[in-house]
Design a protein around this ligand. Structure first.
Ligand SMILES: [Cu+2]
Length: 456
């Protein structure tokens, strides 16, 4: 959808132009087909706020009905482009996984219609919200399951502002492994509190999809091969954009099975909120990596002094990789030259890998099976980025207009501010007596201990 159409639809839904007959029925279940970051939805009256930007996602339009803010979520099978070249068949809401962000103001009375178009029952749990027990969405405990084809109604007051999420509390292992989740952002009713100039939100999810297939293996607990932000893997993750001196807020929730140390270059960041509420300023401390525990959220506030393209990624290096076999032996320092010769007689074009590290993978264009992603990819202004998975760039520029979220392109470094090659003489390093003469000649054979099967 283009911005004008999208904003127009939201305004029509938010305004009191909906007929009485329409108000008696369900709010429209707005669908989204694109995996691109959609423009934020400006408030349509009431308390002013700076709307959140859902990274590679969107915000669910609502309508006002007699003092209630009404939303309509549809749980259903969806197709999600994980990155260009790979589509996954997931379960989500309103056409996408994750579902749309639900955005409200503290004190709002909300009514959320949930229609189930999945082949099995579901519910929605509103993670972190304070609400009556019967609205908590735990199938079998606080409500009957929502059967396929049925619609349930949740009604509650947004008692506090902050960063929350929604997900099923029904067949959870399967439904979350299939991508069912969404963010909830509640703005303070006092607009002078907890302000940020730019406000982004996304959820961490992991999938295990065999190369060439489309549906996640739902029983995988640890060995995932797709590490995603809002069900997107680099280079499919859009950049975050902000101006020098602005307060950038990034709200992140973790619905994977492991923790993710979120590392942001070029700034100091402070955890200003969790899914439990706002962190009092007196007990905040500076970080450059903020760990995202499982089943938790963090709102991180940062301010950049320096313009540039600053890397933002999970610090678990396996999580910034695309799909790869974990069963490959480590080949660092193993001379494979005569082996390659012999294998090429049987397999023309065979390439040995990993002899001097794996950086060569970043530039190699190997034929891939249909519908999968390369292990390391992405092209930067200086060459291959050698990344995949949970990686993107925060593009910080001087003098961006407020609300301008367009990708400004790669940073143009001022002359004399980029690391450069030394071309003078380099002295031989001092070595202790008896040490190998140089690293190139010292072949070490390293193999991973056999933790992944018995065949090596
Ligand atoms: Cu990670």
């Amino acid at each position: 959808m283009d911005r004008r159409i999208f904003m127009g639809a939201a305004a029509a839904l938010g305004a009191a132009t909906v007929s009485r007959a329409a108000l008696a029925g369900l709010p429209e279940a707005v669908q989204q087909r694109s995996a691109a970051t959609q423009p934020p939805l400006a408030p349509t009256g009431g308390v002013p706020y700076n709307p959140v930007v859902t990274l590679n996602g969107w915000t669910l339009p609502w309508r006002m009905n007699d003092g209630w803010k009404e939303f309509h979520l549809v749980a259903e099978p969806v197709e999600r482009e994980i990155a260009p070249g790979m589509v996954a068949r997931l379960w989500g809401y309103n056409g996408q996984s994750p579902g749309p962000t639900i955005e409200c103001v503290e004190g709002d009375r909300v009514r959320i219609f949930v229609t189930n178009r999945l082949p099995e029952h579901t519910t929605i749990h509103w993670h972190g919200l304070l609400l009556p027990n019967g609205m908590d969405g735990v199938g079998g405990l606080t409500q009957p399951q929502i059967q396929p084809g049925k619609t349930f109604v949740y009604e509650f007051v947004m008692r506090k502002s902050g960063t929350f999420m929604y997900h099923p509390h029904a067949d959870e292992m399967v439904q979350m492994a299939m991508g069912m989740m969404g963010a909830i952002v509640v703005h303070p009713k006092d607009p002078s509190l907890h302000r940020a100039d730019r406000d982004y939100v996304f959820l961490l999810a992991a999938y295990d999809i065999d190369p060439g297939s489309f549906v996640p293996r739902v029983n995988t607990m640890l060995e995932f091969n797709l590490w995603t932000w809002n069900s997107r893997a680099f280079p499919g993750i859009d950049p975050l954009v902000c101006a020098v001196g602005e307060t950038l807020r990034v709200r992140v929730g973790n619905l994977t099975m492991t923790n993710h140390p979120m590392h942001l270059h070029g700034c100091e960041m402070f955890v200003t909120g969790t899914d439990g509420g706002w962190v009092p300023p007196a007990v905040r401390w500076p970080e450059v990596s903020v760990d995202m525990p499982v089943g938790a959220m963090r709102a991180i506030d940062v301010r950049f002094d320096d313009p540039g393209d600053w890397a933002f990624h999970c610090h678990k290096s396996h999580h910034t990789m695309g799909p790869m076999g974990h069963r490959v032996p480590a080949m660092m320092g193993v001379d494979q030259s005569d082996l390659v010769e012999r294998i090429r007689r049987l397999v023309p074009g065979y390439m040995a890998m990993g002899e001097a590290g794996m950086a060569e993978m970043g530039e190699m264009q190997m034929p891939l099976p249909e519908n999968t992603l390369p292990m390391m990819t992405g092209e930067g202004p200086f060459g291959p980025l050698e990344m995949g998975g949970m990686f993107t760039v925060v593009k910080v520029r001087d003098g961006l207009a407020r609300g301008d979220y367009r990708d400004p392109g790669w940073y143009q470094h001022p002359a004399g501010t980029v690391a450069y090659e030394w071309t003078g003489p380099v002295a031989e390093p001092q070595r202790p007596p008896g040490a190998p003469p140089d690293a190139g000649a010292a072949h070490v054979q390293v193999r991973k201990p056999g933790g992944h099967g018995s065949h090596h």
